[in-house]
Design a protein around this ligand. Sequence first.
Ligand SMILES: Nc1ncnc2c1ncn2[C@@H]1O[C@H](COP(=O)(O)OP(=O)(O)OP(=O)(O)O)[C@@H](O)[C@H]1O
Length: 571
Amino acid sequence: MKRGPGPDLIDRHAVRLFAHYYRSRRVRLLFYALAAALQSLLVLPILYLIRLVFDQAIPEGKADWLPLLGGAIVLIRLLHSGMALWLRGIVLDMVKGAVQALRQDLLDRLYVLSREHFNHADLDRMHTRIVLDSERFDTLSNRLLSSLLPAVFASAALLGVVLILNWRLVAMTALLLPVLAWTSRRAGARVKADVHDCQQAMEQFSKGARFTLRQMDLIRLQACEAREKIVQRQYIQALSASSRRMAMSFALHGQIQRNLTGWAGIIILVAGGTAVAQGGMTLGDLMSFYVAAGLLNGQVDALAGGIPELIAGQEALTKLHGLLSEGEEQPYPGRRRIAFDGGVSLRGASFAYDGHSVLRSVDLEIPPGACVAIVGPNGAGKTTLLGLVVGFCRPQAGSVYASGVAYDELDMPALRQGMGVVMQQQSFFAGTVLDNLRYGHPEADLEAVRAAARLALADDFVAALPQGYDTEMGEGGALLSGGERQRLAIARALLGGPKLLILDEPTNHLDAEAIARLMDNLLRVPNRPAILIISHDPGVVAFADRVYRLEQGRLRRVSPLHDEITLSPHG
Ligand SMILES: Nc1ncnc2c1ncn2[C@@H]1O[C@H](COP(=O)(O)OP(=O)(O)OP(=O)(O)O)[C@@H](O)[C@H]1O
Protein backbone atom coordinates (compact mmCIF):
# COMPACT_ATOMS: atom_id res chain seq x y z
CA MET A 1 0.00 0.00 0.00
CA LYS A 2 1.13 3.53 -0.81
CA ARG A 3 2.71 5.29 2.15
CA GLY A 4 1.05 8.32 3.61
CA PRO A 5 1.73 12.03 3.44
CA GLY A 6 4.98 13.90 3.93
CA PRO A 7 6.56 15.05 7.15
CA ASP A 8 4.29 18.09 7.78
CA LEU A 9 2.57 17.30 11.06
CA ILE A 10 0.09 20.17 11.02
CA ASP A 11 -2.42 20.69 8.23
CA ARG A 12 -3.75 24.24 8.21
CA HIS A 13 -7.03 23.29 6.51
CA ALA A 14 -7.74 20.85 9.32
CA VAL A 15 -6.86 23.43 11.97
CA ARG A 16 -9.07 26.05 10.30
CA LEU A 17 -11.97 23.65 10.01
CA PHE A 18 -11.66 22.75 13.68
CA ALA A 19 -11.51 26.43 14.63
CA HIS A 20 -14.56 27.11 12.44
CA TYR A 21 -16.76 24.78 14.48
CA TYR A 22 -15.64 26.20 17.81
CA ARG A 23 -15.60 29.89 16.80
CA SER A 24 -19.23 30.42 17.76
CA ARG A 25 -18.54 28.63 21.04
CA ARG A 26 -15.51 30.70 21.92
CA VAL A 27 -17.08 32.49 24.94
CA ARG A 28 -18.08 29.14 26.43
CA LEU A 29 -14.71 27.76 25.55
CA LEU A 30 -12.99 30.65 27.33
CA PHE A 31 -15.19 30.17 30.38
CA TYR A 32 -14.42 26.47 30.32
CA ALA A 33 -10.69 27.14 29.99
CA LEU A 34 -10.76 29.47 32.99
CA ALA A 35 -12.73 26.93 35.04
CA ALA A 36 -10.27 24.20 33.97
CA ALA A 37 -7.38 26.45 35.04
CA LEU A 38 -9.09 27.04 38.39
CA GLN A 39 -9.57 23.32 38.80
CA SER A 40 -5.91 22.70 38.10
CA LEU A 41 -4.98 25.25 40.81
CA LEU A 42 -6.65 23.00 43.37
CA VAL A 43 -3.46 21.00 43.34
CA LEU A 44 -1.66 23.88 45.07
CA PRO A 45 -3.35 23.56 48.49
CA ILE A 46 -2.75 19.78 48.30
CA LEU A 47 0.97 20.36 47.79
CA TYR A 48 1.01 22.88 50.60
CA LEU A 49 -0.69 20.38 52.94
CA ILE A 50 1.83 17.66 51.98
CA ARG A 51 4.63 20.04 52.81
CA LEU A 52 3.02 20.72 56.21
CA VAL A 53 2.88 16.98 56.90
CA PHE A 54 6.59 16.43 56.19
CA ASP A 55 8.04 19.74 57.46
CA GLN A 56 5.92 20.31 60.57
CA ALA A 57 3.45 17.62 61.56
CA ILE A 58 5.92 14.67 61.43
CA PRO A 59 9.16 16.38 62.61
CA GLU A 60 7.35 18.24 65.42
CA GLY A 61 5.41 15.14 66.50
CA LYS A 62 2.01 16.77 65.93
CA ALA A 63 0.22 13.47 65.28
CA ASP A 64 -3.23 15.04 65.87
CA TRP A 65 -2.64 17.26 62.79
CA LEU A 66 -2.31 14.28 60.48
CA PRO A 67 -6.01 13.20 60.30
CA LEU A 68 -7.02 16.84 59.84
CA LEU A 69 -4.48 17.37 57.05
CA GLY A 70 -5.49 14.05 55.44
CA GLY A 71 -9.20 15.01 55.68
CA ALA A 72 -8.49 18.39 54.08
CA ILE A 73 -6.66 16.68 51.21
CA VAL A 74 -9.63 14.30 50.70
CA LEU A 75 -12.07 17.26 50.66
CA ILE A 76 -10.00 19.11 48.08
CA ARG A 77 -9.84 15.98 45.92
CA LEU A 78 -13.63 15.61 46.18
CA LEU A 79 -14.02 19.23 45.10
CA HIS A 80 -11.63 18.50 42.23
CA SER A 81 -13.74 15.51 41.13
CA GLY A 82 -17.00 17.52 41.36
CA MET A 83 -15.48 20.23 39.19
CA ALA A 84 -14.19 17.60 36.75
CA LEU A 85 -17.72 16.22 36.27
CA TRP A 86 -19.21 19.69 35.85
CA LEU A 87 -16.53 20.60 33.29
CA ARG A 88 -17.13 17.32 31.46
CA GLY A 89 -20.79 18.29 31.04
CA ILE A 90 -19.76 21.66 29.59
CA VAL A 91 -17.31 20.01 27.17
CA LEU A 92 -19.85 17.44 26.02
CA ASP A 93 -22.37 20.19 25.23
CA MET A 94 -19.77 22.02 23.16
CA VAL A 95 -18.40 18.96 21.38
CA LYS A 96 -21.77 17.41 20.54
CA GLY A 97 -22.98 20.80 19.27
CA ALA A 98 -19.91 21.19 17.04
CA VAL A 99 -20.18 17.63 15.70
CA GLN A 100 -23.89 18.14 15.01
CA ALA A 101 -23.09 21.35 13.09
CA LEU A 102 -20.37 19.61 11.07
CA ARG A 103 -22.65 16.70 10.17
CA GLN A 104 -25.38 19.12 9.18
CA ASP A 105 -22.95 21.04 6.96
CA LEU A 106 -21.73 17.81 5.35
CA LEU A 107 -25.25 16.76 4.47
CA ASP A 108 -26.22 20.29 3.37
CA ARG A 109 -23.19 20.26 1.10
CA LEU A 110 -24.58 17.22 -0.72
CA TYR A 111 -27.63 19.23 -1.74
CA VAL A 112 -25.39 21.91 -3.22
CA LEU A 113 -23.36 19.53 -5.39
CA SER A 114 -24.32 19.04 -9.02
CA ARG A 115 -25.65 15.83 -10.53
CA GLU A 116 -22.43 15.57 -12.54
CA HIS A 117 -20.47 15.58 -9.32
CA PHE A 118 -22.48 12.62 -8.06
CA ASN A 119 -22.05 10.87 -11.41
CA HIS A 120 -18.28 11.12 -11.11
CA ALA A 121 -17.80 10.82 -7.35
CA ASP A 122 -16.87 7.70 -5.44
CA LEU A 123 -20.11 7.59 -3.44
CA ASP A 124 -19.06 4.77 -1.12
CA ARG A 125 -15.97 6.69 -0.14
CA MET A 126 -18.05 9.83 0.42
CA HIS A 127 -20.40 7.86 2.63
CA THR A 128 -17.56 6.42 4.69
CA ARG A 129 -16.05 9.87 5.13
CA ILE A 130 -19.29 11.48 6.23
CA VAL A 131 -19.96 8.77 8.79
CA LEU A 132 -16.50 7.79 10.06
CA ASP A 133 -14.61 11.05 9.76
CA SER A 134 -17.31 13.03 11.53
CA GLU A 135 -17.04 10.45 14.33
CA ARG A 136 -13.27 11.03 14.39
CA PHE A 137 -13.93 14.77 14.72
CA ASP A 138 -16.00 13.89 17.80
CA THR A 139 -13.14 11.83 19.27
CA LEU A 140 -10.61 14.54 18.46
CA SER A 141 -12.73 17.29 20.04
CA ASN A 142 -13.33 15.26 23.16
CA ARG A 143 -9.67 14.47 23.54
CA LEU A 144 -8.58 18.02 22.92
CA LEU A 145 -11.07 19.74 25.18
CA SER A 146 -11.61 17.15 27.89
CA SER A 147 -8.08 16.09 28.53
CA LEU A 148 -5.53 18.08 26.58
CA LEU A 149 -6.75 21.60 27.35
CA PRO A 150 -7.03 20.94 31.13
CA ALA A 151 -3.65 19.18 30.95
CA VAL A 152 -2.09 22.32 29.47
CA PHE A 153 -3.42 24.45 32.36
CA ALA A 154 -2.55 21.90 34.99
CA SER A 155 0.95 21.55 33.52
CA ALA A 156 1.40 25.33 33.58
CA ALA A 157 0.26 25.55 37.22
CA LEU A 158 2.47 22.62 38.27
CA LEU A 159 5.43 23.97 36.37
CA GLY A 160 5.03 27.24 38.29
CA VAL A 161 4.99 25.30 41.56
CA VAL A 162 8.07 23.20 40.82
CA LEU A 163 9.93 26.30 39.63
CA ILE A 164 9.18 28.04 42.93
CA LEU A 165 10.08 24.96 44.95
CA ASN A 166 13.43 24.37 43.24
CA TRP A 167 14.25 25.90 39.88
CA ARG A 168 17.61 24.15 39.69
CA LEU A 169 15.97 20.73 39.73
CA VAL A 170 13.58 21.93 37.04
CA ALA A 171 16.50 23.15 34.92
CA MET A 172 18.15 19.74 35.24
CA THR A 173 15.04 17.88 34.12
CA ALA A 174 14.53 20.45 31.34
CA LEU A 175 17.68 19.01 29.75
CA LEU A 176 15.39 16.24 28.55
CA LEU A 177 13.16 18.66 26.63
CA PRO A 178 15.07 18.71 23.32
CA VAL A 179 15.13 14.89 23.34
CA LEU A 180 11.39 14.90 24.08
CA ALA A 181 10.68 17.32 21.22
CA TRP A 182 12.84 15.42 18.72
CA THR A 183 11.44 11.98 19.51
CA SER A 184 7.94 13.38 19.58
CA ARG A 185 8.35 14.75 16.09
CA ARG A 186 9.88 11.55 14.71
CA ALA A 187 7.33 9.29 16.35
CA GLY A 188 4.53 11.72 15.36
CA ALA A 189 5.51 11.51 11.68
CA ARG A 190 5.32 7.75 11.83
CA VAL A 191 1.97 7.88 13.61
CA LYS A 192 0.67 10.24 10.94
CA ALA A 193 1.71 7.96 8.09
CA ASP A 194 0.21 4.91 9.81
CA VAL A 195 -3.03 6.74 10.60
CA HIS A 196 -3.31 7.76 6.96
CA ASP A 197 -2.78 4.20 5.74
CA CYS A 198 -5.23 2.78 8.25
CA GLN A 199 -7.96 5.28 7.36
CA GLN A 200 -7.48 4.50 3.67
CA ALA A 201 -7.68 0.77 4.35
CA MET A 202 -10.88 1.36 6.31
CA GLU A 203 -12.39 3.28 3.38
CA GLN A 204 -11.43 0.47 1.01
CA PHE A 205 -12.93 -2.19 3.26
CA SER A 206 -16.13 -0.21 3.68
CA LYS A 207 -16.35 0.35 -0.07
CA GLY A 208 -15.84 -3.38 -0.73
CA ALA A 209 -18.50 -4.36 1.78
CA ARG A 210 -20.99 -1.93 0.24
CA PHE A 211 -20.17 -3.24 -3.26
CA THR A 212 -20.98 -6.79 -2.12
CA LEU A 213 -24.22 -5.65 -0.52
CA ARG A 214 -25.36 -3.68 -3.54
CA GLN A 215 -24.11 -5.85 -6.39
CA MET A 216 -24.88 -9.37 -5.17
CA ASP A 217 -26.94 -10.12 -8.30
CA LEU A 218 -24.13 -8.98 -10.59
CA ILE A 219 -21.55 -10.96 -8.58
CA ARG A 220 -23.66 -14.13 -8.82
CA LEU A 221 -24.66 -13.70 -12.46
CA GLN A 222 -21.07 -13.12 -13.49
CA ALA A 223 -19.95 -15.99 -11.24
CA CYS A 224 -17.51 -13.70 -9.46
CA GLU A 225 -18.09 -15.00 -5.92
CA ALA A 226 -14.64 -16.58 -5.57
CA ARG A 227 -12.85 -13.57 -7.03
CA GLU A 228 -14.82 -11.15 -4.84
CA LYS A 229 -14.06 -13.18 -1.74
CA ILE A 230 -10.34 -13.02 -2.51
CA VAL A 231 -10.50 -9.27 -3.09
CA GLN A 232 -12.52 -8.69 0.11
CA ARG A 233 -10.11 -10.89 2.05
CA GLN A 234 -7.24 -8.73 0.80
CA TYR A 235 -9.05 -5.60 1.98
CA ILE A 236 -9.68 -7.16 5.38
CA GLN A 237 -6.05 -8.25 5.67
CA ALA A 238 -4.82 -4.80 4.65
CA LEU A 239 -7.10 -3.18 7.23
CA SER A 240 -6.04 -5.58 9.92
CA ALA A 241 -2.33 -5.08 9.16
CA SER A 242 -2.57 -1.30 8.94
CA SER A 243 -4.65 -0.95 12.10
CA ARG A 244 -2.16 -3.16 13.93
CA ARG A 245 0.67 -0.97 12.64
CA MET A 246 -1.21 2.12 13.74
CA ALA A 247 -1.88 0.72 17.22
CA MET A 248 1.81 -0.24 17.52
CA SER A 249 2.97 3.23 16.57
CA PHE A 250 0.50 4.72 19.09
CA ALA A 251 2.01 2.39 21.70
CA LEU A 252 5.59 3.17 20.64
CA HIS A 253 4.85 6.89 20.79
CA GLY A 254 3.36 6.47 24.28
CA GLN A 255 6.27 4.37 25.55
CA ILE A 256 8.88 6.83 24.31
CA GLN A 257 7.10 9.71 26.03
CA ARG A 258 6.58 7.74 29.23
CA ASN A 259 10.23 6.71 29.36
CA LEU A 260 11.44 10.24 28.96
CA THR A 261 9.12 11.61 31.62
CA GLY A 262 10.12 8.66 33.84
CA TRP A 263 13.78 9.66 33.50
CA ALA A 264 12.81 13.08 34.82
CA GLY A 265 11.63 11.38 38.04
CA ILE A 266 15.00 9.64 38.43
CA ILE A 267 16.84 12.94 37.94
CA ILE A 268 14.67 14.52 40.65
CA LEU A 269 15.27 11.64 43.06
CA VAL A 270 19.03 11.63 42.55
CA ALA A 271 19.63 15.37 42.39
CA GLY A 272 16.93 16.26 44.96
CA GLY A 273 18.04 13.48 47.34
CA THR A 274 21.60 14.77 47.11
CA ALA A 275 20.41 18.31 47.88
CA VAL A 276 18.49 17.09 50.96
CA ALA A 277 21.47 15.02 52.12
CA GLN A 278 23.71 18.08 51.81
CA GLY A 279 21.20 20.29 53.64
CA GLY A 280 20.36 22.41 50.61
CA MET A 281 16.68 21.40 50.69
CA THR A 282 14.20 20.17 53.31
CA LEU A 283 12.59 16.74 53.03
CA GLY A 284 9.15 18.46 52.89
CA ASP A 285 10.32 20.56 49.95
CA LEU A 286 11.61 17.46 48.17
CA MET A 287 8.42 15.50 48.88
CA SER A 288 6.12 18.29 47.64
CA PHE A 289 8.49 18.80 44.69
CA TYR A 290 8.37 15.08 43.96
CA VAL A 291 4.56 14.94 44.21
CA ALA A 292 4.22 18.08 42.06
CA ALA A 293 6.69 16.67 39.52
CA GLY A 294 4.79 13.35 39.56
CA LEU A 295 1.54 15.20 38.85
CA LEU A 296 3.27 17.22 36.13
CA ASN A 297 4.57 13.96 34.72
CA GLY A 298 1.01 12.64 34.56
CA GLN A 299 -0.16 15.76 32.74
CA VAL A 300 2.71 15.62 30.24
CA ASP A 301 1.87 11.94 29.67
CA ALA A 302 -1.74 12.93 28.99
CA LEU A 303 -0.57 15.60 26.55
CA ALA A 304 1.86 13.32 24.74
CA GLY A 305 -0.52 10.33 24.83
CA GLY A 306 -3.19 12.40 23.09
CA ILE A 307 -0.97 13.28 20.14
CA PRO A 308 -1.78 10.13 18.08
CA GLU A 309 -5.51 10.84 18.42
CA LEU A 310 -4.91 14.44 17.41
CA ILE A 311 -3.10 13.22 14.32
CA ALA A 312 -5.89 10.79 13.46
CA GLY A 313 -8.48 13.53 13.96
CA GLN A 314 -6.46 15.91 11.83
CA GLU A 315 -6.35 13.40 8.97
CA ALA A 316 -10.11 13.07 9.19
CA LEU A 317 -10.59 16.85 9.21
CA THR A 318 -8.36 17.24 6.14
CA LYS A 319 -10.61 14.86 4.23
CA LEU A 320 -13.77 16.52 5.48
CA HIS A 321 -12.38 19.88 4.42
CA GLY A 322 -12.08 18.44 0.90
CA LEU A 323 -15.67 17.23 1.02
CA LEU A 324 -16.93 20.61 2.21
CA SER A 325 -14.97 22.75 -0.20
CA GLU A 326 -14.50 20.76 -3.41
CA GLY A 327 -16.84 19.56 -6.13
CA GLU A 328 -18.95 21.07 -8.84
CA GLU A 329 -22.04 22.85 -7.52
CA GLN A 330 -25.60 22.88 -8.86
CA PRO A 331 -25.84 24.97 -12.02
CA TYR A 332 -28.66 27.34 -11.11
CA PRO A 333 -28.37 29.31 -7.88
CA GLY A 334 -31.39 31.61 -8.58
CA ARG A 335 -34.09 32.43 -6.03
CA ARG A 336 -37.02 33.64 -8.10
CA ARG A 337 -40.31 31.78 -7.78
CA ILE A 338 -42.87 32.00 -10.54
CA ALA A 339 -46.37 30.78 -11.29
CA PHE A 340 -45.17 27.99 -13.59
CA ASP A 341 -47.65 27.12 -16.35
CA GLY A 342 -45.76 24.07 -17.64
CA GLY A 343 -44.26 25.85 -20.65
CA VAL A 344 -40.52 25.31 -21.17
CA SER A 345 -38.30 26.36 -24.02
CA LEU A 346 -34.69 25.86 -25.00
CA ARG A 347 -33.08 28.47 -27.22
CA GLY A 348 -29.80 27.80 -28.96
CA ALA A 349 -28.85 25.30 -26.25
CA SER A 350 -25.53 23.48 -26.72
CA PHE A 351 -24.13 20.94 -24.33
CA ALA A 352 -20.93 18.90 -24.14
CA TYR A 353 -19.59 16.45 -21.56
CA ASP A 354 -15.90 17.24 -21.05
CA GLY A 355 -15.52 18.43 -24.64
CA HIS A 356 -17.69 15.64 -26.08
CA SER A 357 -20.41 17.61 -27.85
CA VAL A 358 -23.90 16.11 -27.42
CA LEU A 359 -26.36 18.94 -28.20
CA ARG A 360 -25.73 21.66 -30.79
CA SER A 361 -27.76 24.85 -30.72
CA VAL A 362 -31.00 23.11 -29.88
CA ASP A 363 -34.33 24.98 -30.01
CA LEU A 364 -37.28 23.30 -28.34
CA GLU A 365 -40.71 24.67 -27.45
CA ILE A 366 -42.96 22.85 -24.99
CA PRO A 367 -46.13 24.94 -24.78
CA PRO A 368 -48.35 24.62 -21.66
CA GLY A 369 -50.64 21.62 -22.02
CA ALA A 370 -48.92 20.25 -25.17
CA CYS A 371 -47.60 16.72 -25.59
CA VAL A 372 -44.12 16.78 -27.10
CA ALA A 373 -42.25 13.61 -28.03
CA ILE A 374 -38.56 13.27 -28.73
CA VAL A 375 -37.22 10.38 -30.74
CA GLY A 376 -33.74 9.52 -31.87
CA PRO A 377 -31.12 6.78 -31.85
CA ASN A 378 -29.31 5.51 -28.74
CA GLY A 379 -26.77 7.94 -27.39
CA ALA A 380 -28.20 10.84 -29.43
CA GLY A 381 -28.54 12.97 -26.28
CA LYS A 382 -32.26 12.64 -25.47
CA THR A 383 -31.70 12.03 -21.75
CA THR A 384 -29.17 14.85 -21.72
CA LEU A 385 -31.79 17.15 -23.21
CA LEU A 386 -34.17 16.08 -20.49
CA GLY A 387 -31.43 16.88 -17.93
CA LEU A 388 -31.37 20.45 -19.30
CA VAL A 389 -35.15 20.74 -18.96
CA VAL A 390 -35.07 19.45 -15.39
CA GLY A 391 -32.17 21.82 -14.63
CA PHE A 392 -29.73 19.08 -13.59
CA CYS A 393 -27.20 20.59 -15.96
CA ARG A 394 -26.99 23.86 -17.82
CA PRO A 395 -26.16 24.40 -21.48
CA GLN A 396 -22.70 25.80 -22.18
CA ALA A 397 -24.33 28.05 -24.78
CA GLY A 398 -27.95 29.20 -25.08
CA SER A 399 -30.56 29.20 -22.32
CA VAL A 400 -33.54 27.39 -20.91
CA TYR A 401 -36.76 29.19 -19.93
CA ALA A 402 -39.77 28.26 -17.81
CA SER A 403 -42.89 30.32 -18.52
CA GLY A 404 -40.59 32.74 -20.35
CA VAL A 405 -38.19 33.26 -17.38
CA ALA A 406 -34.57 32.15 -17.71
CA TYR A 407 -33.55 29.26 -15.44
CA ASP A 408 -30.62 31.40 -14.22
CA GLU A 409 -33.09 33.50 -12.25
CA LEU A 410 -35.21 30.67 -10.95
CA ASP A 411 -35.38 28.80 -7.67
CA MET A 412 -34.98 25.33 -9.17
CA PRO A 413 -36.36 23.27 -6.25
CA ALA A 414 -39.48 25.46 -6.37
CA LEU A 415 -39.74 25.05 -10.15
CA ARG A 416 -39.36 21.27 -9.86
CA GLN A 417 -42.35 21.21 -7.53
CA GLY A 418 -44.32 21.96 -10.67
CA MET A 419 -42.73 19.07 -12.58
CA GLY A 420 -43.38 15.35 -12.42
CA VAL A 421 -40.42 13.36 -13.67
CA VAL A 422 -39.97 9.69 -14.51
CA MET A 423 -36.35 8.90 -15.26
CA GLN A 424 -35.18 5.79 -17.12
CA GLN A 425 -33.79 4.40 -13.87
CA GLN A 426 -36.62 4.86 -11.40
CA SER A 427 -35.68 5.50 -7.79
CA PHE A 428 -37.42 3.51 -5.10
CA PHE A 429 -36.31 3.00 -1.52
CA ALA A 430 -36.99 0.20 0.92
CA GLY A 431 -40.41 1.08 2.31
CA THR A 432 -44.07 0.58 1.49
CA VAL A 433 -45.73 1.41 -1.83
CA LEU A 434 -47.49 4.28 -0.07
CA ASP A 435 -44.23 5.68 1.39
CA ASN A 436 -42.68 5.62 -2.07
CA LEU A 437 -45.64 7.20 -3.83
CA ARG A 438 -45.99 9.96 -1.25
CA TYR A 439 -42.28 10.85 -1.27
CA GLY A 440 -42.30 14.59 -2.05
CA HIS A 441 -46.02 14.89 -1.29
CA PRO A 442 -46.45 13.74 2.31
CA GLU A 443 -49.69 15.70 2.54
CA ALA A 444 -51.43 13.59 -0.13
CA ASP A 445 -54.21 11.43 1.33
CA LEU A 446 -54.84 7.86 0.27
CA GLU A 447 -57.63 8.91 -2.10
CA ALA A 448 -55.28 11.30 -3.95
CA VAL A 449 -52.64 8.58 -4.12
CA ARG A 450 -55.13 6.09 -5.52
CA ALA A 451 -56.40 8.62 -8.10
CA ALA A 452 -52.82 9.09 -9.39
CA ALA A 453 -52.28 5.33 -9.33
CA ARG A 454 -55.47 4.78 -11.35
CA LEU A 455 -54.25 7.17 -14.05
CA ALA A 456 -50.92 5.32 -14.15
CA LEU A 457 -52.67 1.91 -14.33
CA ALA A 458 -51.19 0.98 -10.96
CA ASP A 459 -54.17 0.96 -8.62
CA ASP A 460 -55.48 -2.47 -9.60
CA PHE A 461 -52.25 -4.35 -9.11
CA VAL A 462 -51.40 -2.48 -5.88
CA ALA A 463 -54.85 -3.27 -4.47
CA ALA A 464 -54.19 -6.94 -5.26
CA LEU A 465 -50.87 -6.98 -3.34
CA PRO A 466 -50.97 -8.79 0.07
CA GLN A 467 -50.93 -5.55 2.08
CA GLY A 468 -52.18 -3.25 -0.70
CA TYR A 469 -50.55 0.17 -0.46
CA ASP A 470 -48.78 -0.94 2.74
CA THR A 471 -46.84 -3.66 0.91
CA GLU A 472 -43.06 -3.37 1.22
CA MET A 473 -41.28 -2.67 -2.08
CA GLY A 474 -37.71 -3.68 -1.09
CA GLU A 475 -34.57 -1.69 -1.91
CA GLY A 476 -34.96 -0.18 -5.38
CA GLY A 477 -38.43 -1.73 -5.62
CA ALA A 478 -36.86 -5.19 -5.94
CA LEU A 479 -40.02 -6.96 -4.74
CA LEU A 480 -42.06 -5.71 -7.73
CA SER A 481 -41.86 -6.34 -11.47
CA GLY A 482 -40.31 -3.89 -13.93
CA GLY A 483 -43.73 -2.96 -15.36
CA GLU A 484 -45.17 -2.46 -11.87
CA ARG A 485 -42.29 -0.21 -10.91
CA GLN A 486 -42.75 1.77 -14.10
CA ARG A 487 -46.45 2.38 -13.37
CA LEU A 488 -45.68 3.39 -9.79
CA ALA A 489 -43.03 5.83 -11.02
CA ILE A 490 -45.63 7.45 -13.28
CA ALA A 491 -48.16 7.54 -10.43
CA ARG A 492 -45.64 9.30 -8.19
CA ALA A 493 -44.88 11.84 -10.92
CA LEU A 494 -48.59 12.58 -11.30
CA LEU A 495 -49.33 12.86 -7.59
CA GLY A 496 -48.49 16.52 -7.04
CA GLY A 497 -50.59 17.64 -10.03
CA PRO A 498 -47.56 18.71 -12.10
CA LYS A 499 -47.70 21.42 -14.73
CA LEU A 500 -45.06 19.59 -16.76
CA LEU A 501 -44.77 15.82 -16.89
CA ILE A 502 -41.41 14.52 -18.11
CA LEU A 503 -41.17 10.86 -19.04
CA ASP A 504 -37.95 9.17 -20.20
CA GLU A 505 -38.80 5.86 -21.87
CA PRO A 506 -41.74 5.27 -19.52
CA THR A 507 -43.30 2.36 -21.33
CA ASN A 508 -40.58 -0.16 -22.18
CA HIS A 509 -42.08 -2.68 -19.75
CA LEU A 510 -45.66 -2.14 -20.91
CA ASP A 511 -47.61 -3.97 -23.63
CA ALA A 512 -49.33 -2.15 -26.51
CA GLU A 513 -52.74 -2.18 -24.88
CA ALA A 514 -51.39 -0.81 -21.60
CA ILE A 515 -49.47 1.90 -23.46
CA ALA A 516 -52.61 3.02 -25.30
CA ARG A 517 -54.62 3.15 -22.05
CA LEU A 518 -51.82 4.94 -20.22
CA MET A 519 -51.38 7.60 -22.92
CA ASP A 520 -55.11 8.08 -23.12
CA ASN A 521 -55.22 8.59 -19.34
CA LEU A 522 -52.28 11.01 -19.36
CA LEU A 523 -53.96 13.19 -21.95
CA ARG A 524 -57.12 13.24 -19.83
CA VAL A 525 -55.43 14.18 -16.53
CA PRO A 526 -57.42 16.99 -14.88
CA ASN A 527 -55.69 20.37 -15.55
CA ARG A 528 -53.72 18.57 -18.22
CA PRO A 529 -50.00 19.18 -17.81
CA ALA A 530 -47.58 19.71 -20.63
CA ILE A 531 -45.89 16.40 -21.40
CA LEU A 532 -42.34 15.86 -22.61
CA ILE A 533 -41.84 12.26 -23.51
CA ILE A 534 -38.82 10.40 -24.80
CA SER A 535 -39.76 7.17 -26.44
CA HIS A 536 -38.97 4.68 -29.15
CA ASP A 537 -42.50 3.42 -29.05
CA PRO A 538 -44.83 4.28 -31.98
CA GLY A 539 -47.78 3.70 -29.65
CA VAL A 540 -46.53 6.56 -27.47
CA VAL A 541 -45.39 8.93 -30.20
CA ALA A 542 -48.73 8.68 -31.99
CA PHE A 543 -50.33 10.58 -29.09
CA ALA A 544 -47.95 13.55 -29.32
CA ASP A 545 -48.93 16.98 -30.67
CA ARG A 546 -45.34 17.66 -31.72
CA VAL A 547 -42.56 15.25 -32.48
CA TYR A 548 -38.86 16.13 -32.61
CA ARG A 549 -36.03 13.96 -33.83
CA LEU A 550 -32.62 14.31 -32.20
CA GLU A 551 -29.68 13.16 -34.25
CA GLN A 552 -26.02 14.14 -34.27
CA GLY A 553 -26.69 16.85 -31.75
CA ARG A 554 -29.38 18.59 -33.84
CA LEU A 555 -33.08 18.68 -32.99
CA ARG A 556 -35.56 18.81 -35.88
CA ARG A 557 -39.29 18.96 -35.76
CA VAL A 558 -40.85 16.17 -37.80
CA SER A 559 -44.38 15.26 -38.66
CA PRO A 560 -45.89 12.56 -36.40
CA LEU A 561 -46.92 10.66 -39.52
CA HIS A 562 -43.69 11.19 -41.40
CA ASP A 563 -41.27 8.38 -42.29
CA GLU A 564 -38.47 10.34 -40.59
CA ILE A 565 -39.62 9.07 -37.24
CA THR A 566 -37.40 6.08 -37.20
CA LEU A 567 -38.36 4.70 -33.85
CA SER A 568 -35.80 1.98 -33.64
CA PRO A 569 -33.35 2.83 -30.86
CA HIS A 570 -30.59 2.11 -33.33
CA GLY A 571 -31.54 5.00 -35.58
N1 LIG B 1 -22.67 12.04 -17.27
C1 LIG B 1 -22.09 11.84 -18.47
N2 LIG B 1 -20.79 12.12 -18.63
C2 LIG B 1 -20.19 11.94 -19.83
N3 LIG B 1 -20.83 11.50 -20.93
C3 LIG B 1 -22.15 11.20 -20.83
C4 LIG B 1 -22.85 11.36 -19.61
N4 LIG B 1 -24.12 10.99 -19.79
C5 LIG B 1 -24.23 10.63 -21.10
N5 LIG B 1 -23.06 10.77 -21.71
C6 LIG B 1 -22.79 10.54 -23.15
O1 LIG B 1 -23.57 11.49 -23.86
C7 LIG B 1 -24.16 10.91 -25.00
C8 LIG B 1 -25.69 11.09 -24.94
O2 LIG B 1 -26.19 10.31 -23.87
P1 LIG B 1 -27.75 10.29 -23.53
O3 LIG B 1 -27.94 9.43 -22.36
O4 LIG B 1 -28.23 11.68 -23.44
O5 LIG B 1 -28.33 9.61 -24.83
P2 LIG B 1 -29.80 9.06 -25.13
O6 LIG B 1 -30.21 9.62 -26.42
O7 LIG B 1 -30.70 9.32 -23.98
O8 LIG B 1 -29.49 7.51 -25.26
P3 LIG B 1 -30.49 6.25 -25.02
O9 LIG B 1 -31.52 6.25 -26.09
O10 LIG B 1 -29.54 5.10 -25.15
O11 LIG B 1 -31.04 6.38 -23.64
C9 LIG B 1 -23.71 9.46 -25.02
O12 LIG B 1 -22.62 9.38 -25.91
C10 LIG B 1 -23.27 9.18 -23.61
O13 LIG B 1 -22.22 8.25 -23.58
